[in-house]
Design a protein around this ligand. Structure first.
Ligand SMILES: [Fe+2]
Length: 210
């Protein structure tokens, strides 16, 4: 299964002034591309992965591999977690942003209110998860195994998929995601992210997860 770097679904400068063009080039063309290169190198050591007839216990795609990391061959396990997770997280992240004005669906908005109290309470919980993630990682809104919304953060490139949870919104809080424009002020980057969230995509993922 060769993984391919997906194109951005918009121009590199489309998210200005919230996310700057230089960051988008570095982040997509360099950082994301490196995860793609490295996960392909890891998977190349086990060409049986993805050929279901030989190893039905091993997932056929990255999502299913990362859903059961213990089934990944030990010699490439951490490389797949880091770089396969890096690829999946970033591929999702690009789709979760848009220059268009979008809003949560009525169903999602009602669930957010019921779960967190209000949309502002959800924003505060998400921002807190993003702000307090020490070092590198991601903040997430997920649908958990019980079908409930949950805000959490993960370290490094770990995906909520490995915890049996379906990510429907995610924010990259690695310094490479914001340092060019926001320097060390992660909270300003988190605030800006809320201006470019593609709620149409979040709504779609929410509906599919429920
Ligand atoms: Fe990133």
């Amino acid at each position: 299964m060769a993984i391919v770097l997906p194109d951005l679904p918009y121009a590199y400068d489309a998210l200005e002034p919230y996310i700057d063009e230089e960051t988008m080039h570095l982040h997509h063309d360099k950082h994301h591309n490196t995860y793609v290169t490295n996960v392909n190198a890891a998977l190349a050591k086990h060409p049986e992965i993805g050929e279901d007839s030989k190893h039905p216990e091993i997932g056929e795609d990255l999502e299913s591999l990362l859903a059961d990391v213990n089934a990944i061959p030990a010699d490439i396990r951490q490389a797949v977690i880091n770089n396969g997770g890096g690829h999946l997280n970033h591929a999702l992240f690009w789709e979760l942003m848009t220059p268009e004005k979008t809003t949560p669906s009525a169903e999602l908005a009602a669930d957010i209110d019921a779960t967190f109290g209000s949309f502002d309470d959800f924003k505060a919980a998400f921002a807190a998860a993003a702000t307090t993630r020490f070092g590198s990682g991601w903040a997430w809104l997920v649908v958990n195994k019980e079908g409930k919304l949950e805000v959490l953060s993960t370290a490094n490139q770990d995906t909520p998929i490995s915890e049996g949870k379906t990510p429907i919104l995610g924010l990259d809080v690695w310094e490479h995601a914001y340092y060019v424009k926001y320097r060390n002020v992660r909270p300003d980057y988190i605030k800006a992210f809320f201006s470019v969230i593609n709620w149409n995509k979040v709504n779609e993922l929410y509906a599919a997860a429920k």
